[in-house]
Design a protein around this ligand. Structure first.
Ligand SMILES: C[S@@+](CC[C@H](N)C(=O)[O-])C[C@H]1O[C@@H](n2cnc3c(N)ncnc32)[C@H](O)[C@@H]1O
Length: 464
């Protein structure tokens, strides 16, 4: 497929709506932006008063755009397979046309409220405006051929190739159906077994649940928690740990106890945090830590803030990225929490001789446990087996360096949001082999069979 950034400009020829914004965002995602960044960029309007972006699309169109972008990225491999079956040379199509087709196939497969003829018509009209009659005819032909497959495209069998004559590749078919790169399906199969791998594939293809965490220090904390848990009844959501609630897709309530969720957040009573991250803190018993804590990869500060809310003395937050770390003091202020010192530092070479407290390493990882929430990660170009090896080497360096700074009796917590033994339990095993002065206190992983919880891993080690 050939593409060009000049096409971003040509999108002005198309009507300004959620579908065009989604096309824009998919092109931005190709250039390396995450789904979230691409969406934010595609949905931001021209600059208005005070240099702030003006939202130009109505809320409904923004929701549509978001659904299309996340959905297309999640189903990218399945859709590519389908288009590959009906187009003789898909790689020759201009990239924007490919995405127009992708969006239309997504609508045919998953958007029940969009009539098929409308999805095809709108894609063909977009193709004609941008590329003229002849490519519009190609688009029309491809989409009509997919329509002719009928309901078969919703079955796993459809994605198994080599049925006639050659050996059927059942596992490859499942990977395509759940839109997962084959190497990743194989990795999970080898690491956790076929049944667990299938659960993980299914879960990674589903829409993610939304997690919220009540600020335990807020005066209305108990009341708000009860209100949220009431909203979560009847299959819409579930309690998470002591202070959290997770809501099924589309079930996050707009109001709780007569006040909008936005207002609760603005008053410092509520934060968004995934259920897995909340459970990790609790399962590893970090909320019982009784000495100063250094968060060595604090990022935007999700875990630090969760600990501060529970009265844990997080005194130092470092990260390599200032664009993430710089938000932390403001977040603490909004939540009325003590502010830890923040400092730009490489966790492989921190400017400290020792640390008389506990250390949290929420490490950069391949993110294979959060594919449902971060569907851009599953793009073939974003994660490869070589990246996983590089990340494991980086994690080893961080673990070795940080554990060397621990004092006797102090603990190091290691957390990832991935499902890859080399970055998880094997990383801990390598560390224990290299540093006999450490002992493993706890190890935890979200259950593979859980229908919606994202995949997290954690371990706590103590210096003897
Ligand atoms: C999983 S995220 C941390 C999330 C954060 N703890 C939270 O709960 O919001 C990993 C973080 O590691 C940071 N990072 C990557 N390489 C690093 C390095 N060499 N030294 C320090 N931080 C690094 C990234 O910038 C990113 O913020």
């Amino acid at each position: 497929m050939s593409g060009s950034s000049s096409f971003l400009r040509s999108l002005k020829k198309l009507p300004r709506n959620g579908r065009t914004a989604a096309l824009h965002a998919l092109l931005l995602a190709d250039s390396g932006l995450s789904a979230q960044e691409a969406l934010a960029d595609a949905l931001s309007g021209p600059l208005g008063e005070g240099g702030k972006a003006v939202a130009v699309l109505p809320q409904q169109e923004r929701h549509l755009c978001s659904e299309l972008v996340y959905g297309c990225l999640r189903a990218e491999i399945r859709i590519a397979y389908l288009l590959g079956r009906v187009l003789p040379k898909p790689e020759r199509l201009p990239l924007p046309l490919w995405h127009i087709l992708e969006l239309a196939v997504y609508a045919l497969l998953f958007q029940e409220r969009v009539p098929d003829h409308a999805a095809v018509h709108s894609a063909v009209a977009q193709a004609e405006r941008l590329f003229g009659r002849s490519l519009a005819r190609v688009a029309n032909g491809a989409l009509r051929s997919i329509q002719r497959f009928g309901a078969a495209v919703d079955t796993r069998e459809f994605y198994v190739v080599g049925k006639e004559g050659a050996l059927a590749d059942e596992w490859g078919g499942l990977c395509r159906y759940y839109s997962l790169p084959r190497w990743l399906g194989d990795l999970w199969h080898d690491a956790y077994g076929g049944e667990a791998a299938l659960c993980l594939m299914r879960r990674s293809f589903a829409r993610p649940w939304s997690g919220v965490r009540v600020n335990a220090r807020h005066e209305a904390a108990e009341e708000l928690l009860a209100g949220l848990r009431h909203c979560a009844k009847e299959g819409c959501g579930e309690a998470v740990g002591r202070w959290g609630v997770a809501f099924a897709p589309g079930e996050l309530p707009a109001h709780v106890l007569g006040q909008s969720l936005g207002l609760w957040r603005a008053s410092g009573a509520l934060s968004l945090q995934s259920a897995g991250s909340q459970l990790a803190v609790q399962a590893l018993e970090l909320d019982c830590w009784d000495a100063p804590v250094w968060d060595a990869c604090a990022g935007f500060g999700g875990k630090s803030v969760a600990l501060l809310e529970q009265g844990i003395d997080v005194t130092l937050c470092t990260d390599r990225s200032w664009s993430r770390l710089r938000h932390l003091p403001g977040v603490c202020r909004e939540l009325h929490l003590p502010r830890p010192a923040v400092c730009l530092a490489d966790a492989c070479a921190p400017p400290l001789r020792g640390w008389n407290g506990h250390i949290l390493l929420d490490a950069p990882c391949s993110g294979l446990g959060v594919l449902a929430r971060r569907p851009d990660i599953r793009k073939d170009s974003r994660r490869t087996p070589a990246d996983l090896r590089q990340l494991a080497a980086l994690q080893d360096r961080m673990l070795l360096r940080l554990s060397a700074l621990l004092q006797q009796g102090r603990e190091l917590a290691y957390i990832t949001c991935t499902l890859n033994p080399t970055e998880n339990e094997l990383a801990v095993a390598r560390l224990l082999a290299a540093r006999p002065e450490l002992m493993l206190l706890r190890q935890w992983q979200t259950p593979h069979g859980h229908p919606w919880l994202e995949g997290m891993y954690g371990a706590v080690l103590r210096r003897r």
